[in-house]
Write a protein that binds this ligand. Structure first.
Ligand code: C5P
Length: 492
């Protein structure tokens, strides 16, 4: 495998990469890898044009040099093509938001997995995508009007809502959420939602201020109490320029995973089990605008939380700041610092198991400044005094209310097994999932941290089990199965 050195890219490509990387707070390599990864995942689908152009540019620059060492997430053909939704009937309600274009991709992905998709579009949705596109992709009539006596396809809102196995609202706008939370039924979408006797999944998408508005929060809480499931939204850049925050619709594949989980009828070996998972990095403040962080994306921890939920566990995820959506079917608490993460984890005890995936900062500044530290000419940089953070895994591993099963992670660049075995004992864990983040592993530190693949060894008191390199979702599924197996040996 050759090498792409970002340094060798053309200046205009580098500049574009730099801007995008800075906006997301990631390295340029990571940004390039993400663009390449997304292009692979969305091959054949409508990817963001800017991303595609950039991808093409990077690719054309890279190929003559013989490839790249930025690990390209390999698409799991088998996972993408499995008929996981065979014969399932989805009623997709498309609300009026810029994210509506992603719902077209969602239709395609659902049908590829064997589902039939019927589409209802609000009138606002039709400002963003056409009924023609939705109809072509779903191979069905698209329903838009509550009363359409001229429509030969008019099946009536009751039948429309009952004929489906699941109702999915994507994008779920603030307006659609408000309507359902308050029982309004003044158009086809809201009427169908109110008339249904089936499960409902919402994928909200809106401006971050609208999402954080007390009214929207209230509506969400009401709907959650009513049993409506949510996937996302994620943090990130908005379509409007200079707008960023929480409000981006979950990606189509995340919505598909949430749908699969909701329609999964397989036996749930973890039903009735409460499992705590930590994920992502922590941010340790230096002053109100600066912090110490690391490259953890939260992908592995979130995937584990989702995989455990799929097996029926009541999963409580404690997540540091990440740019990915909360996993569906998981109750997520968001924290910033290691101390907040420890408090959140302790407040969730007792639990049957706990999985500590978060890349917790080992140190924090002794006393973060309340004011922005000014650069003073001639004074030099400030001396940051650091103190050690609490070790959450170790404190729970030795806690009076220690969960029956405690799993830790260890990212090492040397003596992987020796270090993992030492951690197992010192931190009171039952398993340590050890990943080699050295370059020798073939994935490399920037590949594991933030990438989509992982190669792990499971270190326990009884020995070491080596797993082949696989996607983080597969690692998550296997680990969830292992946890289920271990807990099944324990009486509930
Ligand atoms: O010692 P090290 O940081 O390598 O240990 C990694 C494991 O310990 C991970 O499971 C991580 O989530 C956990 N950890 C923790 N709190 C810390 C440091 C690490 O829970 N302060």
């Amino acid at each position: 495998m050759g090498t792409i050195t970002v340094r060798n890219l053309a200046d205009d490509v580098k500049q574009k990469l730099r801007e995008r990387a800075a906006a997301r707070g990631v390295s340029m390599e990571e940004e390039a890898r993400d663009i390449l990864g997304k292009s692979v995942l969305s091959a054949g689908a409508a990817a963001a044009p800017e991303g595609e152009t950039l991808y093409a540019t990077i690719r054309s620059l890279v190929e003559p040099h013989g490839g790249f060492d930025i690990a390209l997430p390999r698409r799991s053909q088998s996972a993408a093509n499995r008929m996981t939704l065979s014969a399932k009937r989805i009623l997709l309600i498309i609300g009026g938001g810029i994210a509506a274009y992603k719902s077209l991709d969602l239709i395609r992905r659902l049908r590829k997995r064997g589902a039939s998709v019927r589409v209802v579009m609000t009138s606002a949705a039709q400002e963003f995508v056409t009924t023609l596109s939705a109809g072509a992709l779903s191979a069905d009539h698209v329903f838009t009007d509550l009363f359409d006596r001229n429509d030969e396809h008019d099946v009536g809102h009751i039948r429309l809502s009952r004929d489906a196995d699941l109702l999915v609202v994507a994008p779920a706008t603030a307006d659609l959420m408000a309507k359902l939370a308050n029982g309004h039924a003044n158009d086809l979408a809201s009427t169908v939602l109110l008339a249904t006797d089936k499960k409902v999944l919402m994928a909200p998408a809106m401006n971050p201020r609208m999402w954080s508005h007390p009214a929207t929060r209230r509506n969400r809480a009401t709907m959650q109490k009513d049993g409506i499931a949510f996937v996302g939204p994620a943090k990130g850049e908005m379509a409007e320029s200079n707008e960023a925050g929480e409000g981006r619709m979950a990606e189509p594949l995340e919505i598909v995973a949430a749908i699969e989980a909701m329609l999964d009828e397989k036996p749930k070996p973890l039903a009735g089990r409460r499992i705590i998972v930590t994920s992502g990095p922590t941010h340790e403040p230096i002053d109100p605008v600066r912090y110490i962080a690391n490259r953890s994306s939260g992908k592995q921890g979130h995937a584990i939380a989702a995989a455990l939920a799929k097996l029926g566990a009541d999963v409580r995820l404690v997540s540091g700041p990440v740019n990915i959506a909360d996993p569906a079917g998981v109750k997520t608490t968001h924290v910033e610092t290691a101390v907040e993460m420890k408090d959140a984890v302790e407040s969730l005890l007792p639990a049957d198991a706990a999985v500590f995936v978060a890349a917790v900062a080992d140190w924090r500044t002794a006393n973060a400044s309340g004011e922005k530290i000014k650069k003073v000419a001639g004074k030099g940089p400030p001396a940051l005094q650091m103190v050690e953070n609490p070790d959450i895994l170790a404190s729970i591993g030795h806690h009076a209310q220690r969960p029956g099963l405690v799993v830790g992670f260890a990212a090492e660049t040397q003596d992987l097994i020796g270090n993992a075995e030492a951690k197992l004992r010192k931190k009171g864990a039952d398993f340590i999932v050890a990943n080699d983040v050295s370059h020798a592993s073939g994935i490399g530190p920037s590949g594991v941290m933030g990438g989509d693949r992982n190669k792990v060894r499971i270190v326990s008191r009884t020995g070491v089990e080596e797993w082949p390199e696989m996607g983080k979702d597969e690692v998550a599924a296997r680990l969830a199965a292992l946890i289920a197996e271990r807990l099944q040996a324990t009486v509930v």
